[in-house]
Ligand binder design. Structure first.
Ligand code: SAM
Length: 260
């Protein structure tokens, strides 16, 4: 029986499963990591196509089911009974192969988990997630769009973001109340807009979106005054959702310079 507290909605639509596997396109020499494999709807096809798969599953009742089901794959398959939010992904790196992360994520933890994974983006080749449609729209949104905000900016700072396709509630059992979508995040090898100080950049973005309906002048007043914003050609009367990623980097770099 599916457990609500673990955000369990199991994929049952074979054509959607095939479409997801095609989008991921696993290859024999690759190292995949599946977050929340559940009953293994995506797992088997991935195992057939790839070199190695580590699965991270929090529900301890599912762990033995997965181990039994995929026993034949021997060392190729490992289940970690763990919380993906606290999981150290670095420990999975054994050779030089970067990780390809996949997961039909529990919706209640998806944004926090993405922030956690972004901090590991140097060891990640790409990520494919099933998420609530709104979260995918937020990840992919640009300046001025409704869903644009901190999540999209931080994701786009580290990754190229692609909204791949929609998945209707009927593809799952039990059916969730919301539409879902598949997103691909590909970490940049070289960041297009590197900030001089990553921590400071994150702080600027978080503070700028403190209150969406307020201007930059108000949201950022503890960090930078409006004269300084004007000096770097950013209008302090704008709302944060008007600024591009490059603008946020500019503010952060200005602050990094005066901090010395
Ligand atoms: N991948 C399966 C599928 O597509 O049918 C299951 C998807 S279900 C939406 C989410 C899965 O994530 C469940 O198996 C749940 O137990 C697991 N899960 C929930 N929270 C987790 C966490 N913090 N870390 C790892 N797995 C988690």
């Amino acid at each position: 029986k599916a457990r609500k507290r673990f955000g369990q909605n199991f994929l049952q639509d074979e054509s959607i499963i095939r479409r997801i596997i095609r989008a991921i396109n696993p290859k024999p020499e690759q190292h995949l990591v599946e977050i929340g494999p559940g009953l293994g709807a995506l797992t088997e096809e991935i195992l057939d196509a790839t070199g190695r798969l580590d699965a991270i599953e929090l529900d301890r009742d599912l762990v033995p089911i997965l181990r039994t089901k995929f026993f034949n794959y021997g060392n190729q398959f490992t289940v970690h009974e763990a919380d993906a939010m606290r999981f150290d992904f670095q420990q999975l790196i054994q050779d030089d192969r970067p990780l390809r992360i996949i997961g039909n994520l529990p919706y209640n933890i998806s944004t926090q988990l993405i922030f956690h994974l972004l901090s590991h983006s140097h060891i990640i080749e790409d990520m494919h997630f099933m998420l609530q449609k709104e979260v995918v729209l937020r990840l992919a949104a640009g300046p001025g769009e409704n869903n644009y905000g901190r999540l999209g900016i931080m994701a786009q700072y580290f990754c190229k973001v692609e909204n791949l396709f929609l998945v209707p509630p009927s593809a799952f059992h039990p059916a969730p109340k919301v539409d879902s979508a598949i997103v691909r995040l590909v970490p940049y090898k070289t960041l297009p807009y590197p900030a001089k100080d990553h921590q400071l950049f994150q702080q600027v973005v978080r503070t700028a979106f403190g209150q969406r309906r307020k201007t930059l002048r108000n949201n950022l007043k503890e960090l930078i005054d409006s004269d300084a914003l004007e000096r770097i050609e950013i209008d302090p009367n704008l709302r944060p959702e008007r600024l591009s990623l490059a603008d946020f980097v500019k503010i952060s770099d200005y602050l990094a310079d005066i901090k010395g």
